[in-house]
Design a protein around this ligand. Structure first.
Ligand SMILES: Cc1ncc(COP(=O)(O)O)c(C=O)c1O
Length: 371
């Protein structure tokens, strides 16, 4: 076997020294306050039945090629049309993951002579797209509209504003209405990542843009399926022209096998659940309101993501272990995933969690903090 280059070896050793070495683990069946499966859709019997029925009636497991070759499976097209309607968009394009959708979208539509002004806490997939586009990138302070306005005013040429509806680490919500007004009055186009708002925010889980009724003022929205939708993949929503541009020029869309039709069937089934009266959405909302009253221990409001700050990799890891021993699955978020000093335990709320479980978790965290 050939050895790892010395540079990489050293980097691994440095991670170990910083107590930040990442490793793949499997977790025991504890009370889940960690996964992004906010609605419990990944175990939903109606979604599983939709996939079963599709397969038992002779459906294929694989798409068989790139969308531009033999992989343009009718189930992908059907899902795109249904989901575009749900999200009040002209068109949708299915990607294999949110990472591919975000990075491919930005790298395709933003040009190296453009300027991208993005929230400083934007997800790695958005950053990857920004880097690949070659555009000039400037960050604005997290959710700070004065800073955004200031940065926009000092930039000439084509401008883009890139942000998220719900931030994945803090669970806070972007002040979208004002962000849209400021961006548009400064001639900037907006790209919005709705990953953690999908299935959660809005009366049917349609996301932040629709709940603020500004979907038509946003250039592109990305809804991912790996979180509340309980599947995998993502759609870029926008104009038909945008869809055509991505089909023609977006390399991560073109040079890859199209997503499995099973994913499309599952995603469409999940959306049809959101479209009806959805008990899971209702239960999640009730727990979100309940958690909003627990601010003295668990920070965050209005979304399914909460956090408890415990600075230091070792301290946060040890607190998470204690909580796990008590039967709750929570995970520490270490630096460098978040900046050093803002290490935290991330708590995700789910339709299948009870108020009693959340109360017990909160009490436990209080005790650990007093130690
Ligand atoms: C805000 C945000 N955007 C995009 C992604 C990427 O989505 P996916 O997991 O489907 O690749 C994630 C997931 O980690 C995320 O948290």
């Amino acid at each position: 076997m050939q050895e790892l280059p010395e540079r990489l070896r050293q980097k691994l050793a440095d991670r170990k020294t910083a107590h930040a070495l990442r490793a793949l683990r499997q977790f025991p069946a504890l009370i889940d306050f960690s996964s992004n499966d906010y609605l419990g859709f990944s175990g939903n019997i109606r979604i599983a039945n939709a996939v079963n029925n599709y397969l038992l009636s002779g459906g294929e497991t694989g798409s068989g090629g790139s969308r531009l070759l033999t992989g343009n499976h009718p189930k992908l097209v059907e899902a795109e049309e249904y989901i575009a309607k749900f999200h009040h968009a002209e068109a949708a394009l299915f990607f294999g993951s949110g990472y591919e959708a975000n990075s491919g979208l930005i790298a395709t539509v933003c040009h190296r002579h453009d300027t991208i002004i993005h929230d400083e806490l934007c997800h790695a997939s958005l950053r990857e797209g920004i880097r690949a586009s070659g555009a000039k990138a400037i960050s604005f302070a997290h959710n700070d509209l004065h800073d955004l306005q200031d940065k926009l005013q000092h930039v000439a040429g084509n401008k883009w504003v890139i942000t998220e509806s719900v931030f994945s680490m803090d669970g806070d919500i972007c002040p979208l209405l004002d962000l849209v007004t400021i961006s548009r009055s400064n001639g900037a186009m907006i790209i919005l990542d709705e990953a953690h708002a999908t299935g959660v925010i809005g009366k049917k889980g349609e996301g932040l843009a629709q709940s603020c009724q500004v979907q038509d003022q946003i250039f592109a929205r990305v809804h991912t399926f790996g979180k509340a939708i309980g599947v995998q993949g993502a759609v870029v929503m926008g104009s038909r022209e945008l869809r055509s541009a991505l089909v023609n020029f977006c390399r991560p869309f073109i040079y890859t096998t199209a997503p499995s039709p099973m994913l499309a069937v599952a995603a469409a089934a999940a959306y049809s659940l959101l479209d009806g009266p959805c008990d899971e959405w209702q239960k999640l909302q009730e727990l979100i309101h309940f958690a909003d009253e627990l601010q003295d221990v668990i920070k965050g409001e209005g979304t399914a993501i909460r956090q408890v700050m415990i600075p230091g990799n070792e301290a946060v890891r040890s607190a998470a272990e204690q909580i796990q021993h008590a039967g709750f699955l929570v995970l520490p978020v270490l630096s460098p995933t978040v900046p050093a000093g803002s290490e935290r335990i991330r708590i995700c709320l789910h339709a299948y969690n009870t108020k009693e479980e959340l109360t017990a978790l909160t009490e436990l965290i209080k005790t650990i903090r007093q130690q």
